[in-house]
Design a protein around this ligand. Sequence first.
Ligand code: FES
Length: 160
Amino acid sequence: MDNSPVILAFCCHYCAYAAADLAGTMRLQYPGSVRVLRLPCTGKIEVNYLLAAFERGVDGVIVAGCLEGGCHFQEGNLRARRRVERAKQLLKEIGIEPERLEMFNLSSAEGTRFAEIVSEMNQRIAALGPSPLRHSPEHVEHAIEELRENAEKAIAGEQK
Ligand code: FES
């Protein structure tokens, strides 16, 4: 891992994850420092997941869910937006720029939009510099793997 910002993208399985896949199939260029973490719905996100990602040293977090009105779990994406706003307030209170966290809505067909979102956030986070909580690259990689395993378990639970 170099000095590029480490960005974690919590992506809904039905839209943003598919859009990320599509961006890959379309061979669109976007910063490779983003780590995609698939969730059954952004409504699964709790404020503490978002804070845990920062605590573990990532520089920025994207939450990407279905378009408003398009969530497969009705209001999951609206719930996620409220939690993102709450997490932003808490980040501010502990001295971390709330701009490091952002929620986006997109459809599964928007591979190009996904690549734009990642590039936009990468630029924004690079301008802010490394997170004050940045750990060693190995620590961050390990933490991301741990978060990914937890997300996979959530999906497995959802599919039972
Ligand atoms: Fe995509 Fe809820 S199913 S945000």
